[in-house]
Design a protein around this ligand. Structure first.
Ligand SMILES: [Fe+2]
Ligand SMILES: [Fe+2]
Length: 268
């Protein structure tokens, strides 16, 4: 079973030709499943075009949202994009909207997915800041501050994401046909997925908007979880999360960047 996971294709920067070439490369790998882990295209007609580029593939495709995908645009608020418009686009193309339901595929593999969001838990101790400071600085590091128009605070939306993802994982843990679980998120969850640069003040002050480490801590408690793969930071990070009395979790960040799409391959 070969699963290919990509994210951060950012059609508006990357262009359709480059994405089509990447899809041709993915096709040559003959995947059994392709996962698209957010930041695919904004506004919504570009999200749809990006997804449609994968129609030539014969395998199943599952999709989740990235923070850029829910930037408000003419005729669409962030909440309508996340809860209605992006799921409807995904389903109209015959793909699976992973934000709503987990998947179970052959070989006893369960897949849980969510945008993940950031909860400011990723901070460098040397530059630990108050909640007020982190909120005030956000627009310097994350355009979400100006482009996401819902009423949720980041902590509120991160909690919603946490509850939804943990509910999916619990469902898969309770399913006797599932032996191992792959967790896919847009925002990284695990310490082994984040790039700490304690000597770089500017980098460190941006950390709070790039991970949801408290959710990663909770995921460590689920014995069937074996892989966590995320996007968002555009920084390749391959790691292992060890845990007592349980199989370790292999972790990765998809190294796509603007104009340079990439994918990771998982043989299960
Ligand atoms: Fe991105
Ligand atoms: Fe992102």
């Amino acid at each position: 079973m070969r699963i290919l996971i990509t994210s951060d294709l950012h059609l508006e920067y990357t262009g359709m030709e480059t994405i089509r070439r990447m899809v041709a490369g993915i096709s040559r790998e003959e995947p059994d499943l392709v996962l698209l882990a957010g930041d695919l295209g904004n506004p919504d007609h570009l999200f749809e075009q990006c997804l449609a580029a994968f129609l030539p593939l014969s395998c199943q495709i599952a999709v989740l949202a990235g923070n850029h995908d829910i930037w408000a645009c003419p005729g669409a608020t962030s909440i309508s994009l996340y809860e209605e418009i992006l799921p409807a686009i995904t389903k109209s193309l015959g793909y699976h909207w992973l934000e709503r339901d987990p998947m179970v595929i052959p070989q006893g593999i369960g897949i849980a997915g969510n945008i993940g969001w950031y909860d400011y838990s990723f901070q460098e101790p040397k530059y630990q800041s108050s909640l007020e400071e982190v909120i005030r600085r956000k627009q310097n590091y994350a355009m979400d501050a100006l482009k996401v128009d819902w009423e949720y605070s980041d902590l509120e939306f991160a909690r919603i994401c946490r509850e939804r993802l943990l509910a999916q994982i619990r469902t898969l843990e309770a399913d006797p046909s599932v032996r191992r679980i792959l967790v896919v998120t847009h925002v990284p969850l695990m310490e082994s997925q984040v790039d700490r640069r304690p000597d770089d003040e500017d980098w460190s002050l941006g950390n709070p908007y790039f991970a949801h480490l408290t959710l990663g801590e909770e995921i460590l408690q689920f014995p069937k979880v074996r892989w966590v793969v995320s996007g968002h930071t555009h920084v390749e990070m391959n790691g292992i999360a060890e845990r007592d009395g349980m199989e370790p979790i292999a972790t990765a960040v998809i190294p796509s960047d603007y104009g340079r799409p990439r994918w990771v391959t998982l043989e299960v």
